[in-house]
Design a protein. Sequence first.
Length: 205
Amino acid sequence: MLLLNHPPTPTDRTRALLRRLYDWTIKRAAGRDAEYWLAGVSAVDGAMFPIPPELLQIPMAIARPERALRVAAIGALSSAAGALLGYGIGALLYQGVAVPLLRLTGHLAQFEAFLHDVAGNVWLWLLAFCLGPSVAAIAAGSVGLGIAATLAASLVGRGGRFLIVALLLKYYGRHAALLIDRYFHLVAAGIAVLALGFVVVRYAI
């Protein structure tokens, strides 16, 4: 019986592309420049524009689980450094820079509501730095929270998020890599759903 070779379908091509992208990311995550990229992305995320650094942290920790805590520390410190820039924007350039940036990223209404709710509530500050560090940093500068308090809130709130991811991947990173290799198509589909949900929640709602 002859076996016919069917041409690849769009779904097959998409899966192959995702697989190549994953392999490329894992290879770069174990490279020398990965920590610099993570530091840069974390700083930008902490200062002015939401880019989830977990997109780099997770493959870096999977590639080298023994360095998961080091990677988390780099992310947390870089995010705190970025928070200082966001603080400066809020303190010195609120109307001229912060408002246009927040309007551009769709966070102006969120920012104004946050300012109303957060005053004097330390737990809301920590939650804000965990979930939306750039908005929180600009808000801290605009209300004069204080540089020391801003750094502390960033390190605890945003750093805690880095730490949770790091601990999970430090102890389960190898298993995660094996599961991804074995069930890559299911993982890719799940990532696509999560990415779509992230975009909807963060930018559309």
